[in-house]
Design a protein around this ligand. Structure first.
Ligand SMILES: *[C@@H]1O[C@H](CO)[C@@H](O)[C@H](O)[C@H]1NC(C)=O
Ligand SMILES: *[C@@H]1O[C@H](CO)[C@@H](O)[C@H](O)[C@H]1NC(C)=O
Length: 273
């Protein structure tokens, strides 16, 4: 174990601590799970990370100090997980606003009342009397056949983006507030800034840095049911004009610059006038 690293880490104030498994849901909920190395884990992926850690330790015959070491490490690490700013916005939109029928665990009714209904009242000609489907071409959105269709009262991605362009993002919801306001990366000294896009590689780095290789192996889950990637972004961003994309970029520019993301692809996806 690299004790120097751990000492240094533990002197700093903790930002986020979720015992056992852990950390950082900014935008969509990201759950990182470091499994302890042990054969035949994969069949039991539905356990909580906490249980998995415990059982692995015992089943692999690891000693209690190893478990303590693991938990000590996780609880002192200041880790920020970032994601492409536009992917984060799209994911928040799809999870919270696009379909109020997808259920209470996503809080969609709350999001409709608090944001969706107001966005539609403001940005849709004719307000909620116009069905969202009539505003879009079928290739401009994605539906999961397992889920009920949206009611049609929900805002489109375009309407959501127009809203973001107009509001003061300082006061916006945690799901779409820019990282630079939410996580104050300029004020807090993070030990690690990891990216969703390179999560496996970044975890390997974290594990090596902590001297925990051999004890835990990297793994991660991203808790959204839709993860179709680039293809999805193309569909939704095709609802926007290049000017919408540029304006949205201006609002989130600091996030792009801080974490080295590019806007170019999204400008290409825009098709509207
Ligand atoms: C979780 O795993 C256990 C045993 O591994 C199994 O009995 C149970 O049905 C699983 N639950 C779900 C929801 O998959
Ligand atoms: C539709 O808009 C009207 C007028 O703004 C409002 O009274 C009504 O509650 C809205 N319906 C829904 C389902 O949001």
């Amino acid at each position: 174990m690299n004790s120097i690293l751990l000492q240094k880490l533990s002197m700093r104030p903790r930002l986020i601590r979720v015992h056992g498994s852990y950390l950082v849901g900014v935008g969509t909920v990201i759950i990182l799970v470091f499994y302890l190395t042990s054969p035949a884990r994969d069949s039991q992926e539905n356990e909580t990370a906490q249980d998995a850690v415990h059982e692995d330790v015992t089943s692999a015959g690891e000693s209690e100090p190893d478990l303590n070491r693991y938990i000590a490490f996780l609880s002192t690490l200041k880790l920020l997980v970032v994601r492409h700013p536009f992917e984060r916005l799209l994911s928040a939109y799809r999870d919270k606003l696009e379909n109020m029928r997808i259920g209470s665990e996503h809080g969609t009714a709350h999001f409709y009342l608090k944001y969706g209904s107001r966005i539609v009242a403001k940005y849709r000609p004719g307000g909620n009397k116009t069905h969202s489907r009539s505003l879009l071409k079928p290739w401009q959105y994605l539906r999961d056949p397992q889920l009920p269709e949206p009611t049609g009262f929900e805002p489109t991605f375009k309407e959501f983006v127009r809203h973001l362009i107009d509001v003061d993002v300082v006061y916006s919801d945690d799901h779409w507030i820019p990282f630079y306001l939410f996580c104050t990366p300029c004020l807090l000294k993070y030990d690690i800034i990891a990216k969703v896009e390179t999560m496996l590689r970044d975890q390997v780095y974290v594990i090596r840095a902590a001297g925990l290789q051999g004890l835990i192996r990297p793994r991660w889950r991203h808790r959204t049911y839709h993860d179709e990637g680039k293809h999805t972004s193309m569909r939704y961003f095709s609802q926007l004009t290049k000017q919408d994309v540029k304006r949205l970029y201006e609002k989130y520019k600091l996030d792009f610059e801080l974490f080295d993301y590019k806007v170019d692809d999204y400008l290409q996806y825009a098709t509207g006038k």
